[in-house]
Design a protein around this ligand. Structure first.
Ligand SMILES: CC(C)(COP(=O)(O)OP(=O)(O)OC[C@H]1O[C@@H](n2cnc3c(N)ncnc32)[C@H](O)[C@@H]1OP(=O)(O)O)[C@@H](O)C(=O)NCCC(=O)NCCS
Length: 380
């Protein structure tokens, strides 16, 4: 075998909750308007999980991506799930996905790099493949931020949506689709964006002598939006430029720019700084909001569905988020949906309009999985 081994990208898949919550629905919960949200962020609606779980959506995305790739679960030997909002602290989401898809031969673990998670997962999977350790890898990004949002905080609850996205990768002795990856972190910005709960610093339960009640209530997403915005508009061009340099790819060779879907203004501003034209920007933020670790594969999947991405394509994927973390990958996309070759039905998503009054009801009562302060206003 010749080292490093090449990595082929074989499939992409999605898992989205069925319930849609529009900006108009949010107008009933917080002092906001559709106009404000759409103009400041580009978001018009997002999917919110009712009965769906992180594991369930991850499995849906995995099955979809495996179908696309024409690969069976038992062929997978590595599963990495990037998530900040797993069902449990343990077992890992990856282990539960492994069982569900019959990936009996796979190693499986979760990775946490917030919204940059899928770029980290792609890089880690590529290292395992390029050294010859594993042949076929499944990477999934999944997040259910809705479980950690304060639905009285208009600064955060308008931004996030739930979902999962996945890619399938396989070793190749002759071809390589992952042309470069570049990962960064800066923990000095850790406090800018965080979910204190359910870490050991803010546990659900502990004797008061050990952990004060005040600590136990910090359970929602906390964000200082402006500095995060400023960080992102600088980090994205820096990451893409470095990843292009590492790949030996020039700007004019980039066919599509697939950034983390946090805010359309961040995406367009970064594209402008890079000199990438608007028509190369891939975005589905209007439909799904910020789905964190799922965001890049979901945007990619949508662009394949909409036939925006045409093969062969060279794409710059770039993520940023809590940590702070950021990173980029230059990939080549050559994969065709194997189900279309076989005349099979591809994955389809069904919308059920989300009832805002249902959400109000949910937030007025204590959600099952939270403690006694579920409706307490945002901290600080
Ligand atoms: C959150 C974000 C959209 C806010 O946009 P902004 O242009 O920075 O807006 P500001 O925070 O300066 O607020 C401007 C005004 O709108 C108000 N406002 C904030 N949220 C609002 C909402 N949902 N609806 C209506 N008004 C709102 C503010 O109170 C403020 O009012 P004021 O001028 O009377 O004080 C923006 O900062 C952002 O996208 N940051 C990055 C967040 C992010 O991407 N996080 C995830 C990273 S993975």
């Amino acid at each position: 075998m010749k080292f490093p081994v090449g990595t082929k990208l074989l499939g992409v898949g999605a898992g989205l909750p069925s319930a849609v919550i529009t900006n108009a629905d949010l107008e009933k919960l917080v002092a906001t308007t559709d106009e404000w949200i759409a103009s400041r962020t580009g978001i018009r609606e997002r999917r919110i999980a009712n009965d769906e779980t992180a594991t369930g959506l991850a499995i849906e995305a995995a099955v979809d991506a495996l179908g696309f790739a024409g690969i069976e679960g038992k062929e997978i030997d590595l599963i990495i799930v990037a998530t900040s909002t797993p069902d449990y602290l343990y077992p890992s989401t990856a282990c539960m996905v492994q069982a569900a898809i019959g990936a009996n031969n796979a190693a499986a673990f979760d990775l946490e790099a917030a919204c940059t998670g899928i770029i980290y997962a792609l890089s880690v999977a590529q290292q395992f493949i390029s050294t010859g350790t594993y042949k076929t890898a499944l990477i999934i990004g999944v997040d259910l931020h809705s479980r950690f949002l304060n639905w009285e905080d208009r600064n955060t609850c308008i931004l996030f949506g739930d979902g999962a996205g996945a890619f399938v990768l396989q070793a190749s002795e002759t071809e390589n689709d992952v042309l470069s990856t570049y990962l960064r972190a800066d923990g000095t910005g850790a406090q800018l964006l965080k979910i204190p709960n359910p870490g050991t610093n803010y546990p659900h339960a502990a004797p008061e002598a050990i952990v004060s009640e005040e600590k136990m209530v910090q359970k929602f997403v906390e964000m200082n939006g402006r500095p995060v915005y400023e960080f992102a508009v600088k980090a994205v061009p820096e990451a893409v430029n470095t990843a292009m340099e590492k790949a030996g790819i020039k700007l004019e060779e980039i066919d599509y720019f697939v950034p983390h879907q946090a805010n359309i203004r961040i995406m367009l501003s970064a594209a402008e700084r890079l000199g990438i034209s608007k028509d190369k920007v891939v975005s589905n933020i209007d439909k799904v909001g910020n789905t964190s670790a799922a965001s890049i594969p979901l945007a990619f999947w949508q662009a394949i569905q909409n036939k925006q991405i045409k093969i062969p394509a060279v794409c710059a994927l770039v993520g940023f988020g809590a940590g702070l973390t950021w990173g980029a990958a230059i990939i080549r996309w050559m994969a065709k949906d194997k189900r279309l070759e076989g005349g099979e039905q591809v994955h389809e998503l069904h919308d059920h309009h989300f009832k805002a009054h249902h959400l109000e009801k949910e937030t007025q009562h204590e959600p099952k999985h939270e403690g006694s302060h579920a409706h307490r206003p945002h901290n600080k």
